[in-house]
Design a protein around this ligand. Structure first.
Ligand code: ZN
Length: 201
């Protein structure tokens, strides 16, 4: 769990998926005159190891292999693409599910009886593979409990931040309506107005 996931009240059960998807920050909009700087938290295997350690997914100092690193980036990209689709459409979109299924393949899970919680999914492998499998297990559990549909990608092209929709109807399209929502609405209004008056840019 990160400061960011706490700030936006992302449920603990989804916090690792949320942080993992947002370890690539593509935001480049300008807010209050300052352009947001894009960032990549998983620049190389040791950065991935650090990130995983911060999330309790691997021992301190452990560095994933190059192969696991490549598989992790593949997994993150597929999760982001999946979350980009409308929650009601996701399961029907082979373009989102096929790459995700392929990306989850290296991270095998098994069912285990675990304490008072009953049964749960446990990673089959060890080390970094296990930590990334735990993220896949989070995805599965969130889908089973229905909360995954509230994890979405901001509809603003210059944002693409993954957010957890806490609104009652669960129909939010922007990570923050006061930020991305307003920007988009202003732009749409301007474009429509421009069209109405027939003026050119
Ligand atoms: Zn946004």
């Amino acid at each position: 769990m990160s400061k960011e996931s706490r700030k936006f009240q992302v449920p603990d059960a989804l916090a690792n998926v949320y942080d993992f998807a947002n370890s690539l920050d593509l935001r480049h909009f300008t807010h209050c005159g300052v352009q947001h700087q894009q960032a990549e938290e998983l620049a190389d295997p040791s950065a991935l190891g650090d990130w995983m350690h911060q999330h309790g997914l691997i021992d301190r100092g452990a560095v994933p292999s190059q192969r696991t690193f490549a598989a992790a980036l593949q997994l993150r990209g597929a999760i982001r693409d999946y979350l980009k689709s409308d929650p009601a459409e996701r399961h029907r979109k082979a373009a989102a599910t096929a790459p995700l299924n392929k990306a989850m393949e290296p991270f095998a899970l098994r069912v285990a009886a675990i304490g008072k919680d009953g049964f749960g999914l446990m990673p089959m492998q060890a080390d970094a593979q296990a930590g990334l499998s735990a993220i896949v297990a989070e995805l599965y559990n969130a889908a089973a409990t229905g909360t995954l549909g509230r994890l979405k990608m901001c509809a603003a092209g210059e944002c693409q931040r993954v957010f957890f929709d806490r609104s009652k109807p669960g129909t939010r399209r922007w990570c923050q309506s006061t930020l991305c929502g307003n920007r988009e609405k202003t732009r749409t209004y301007r474009e429509r107005h421009k069209h109405d008056t027939g003026s050119e840019t």
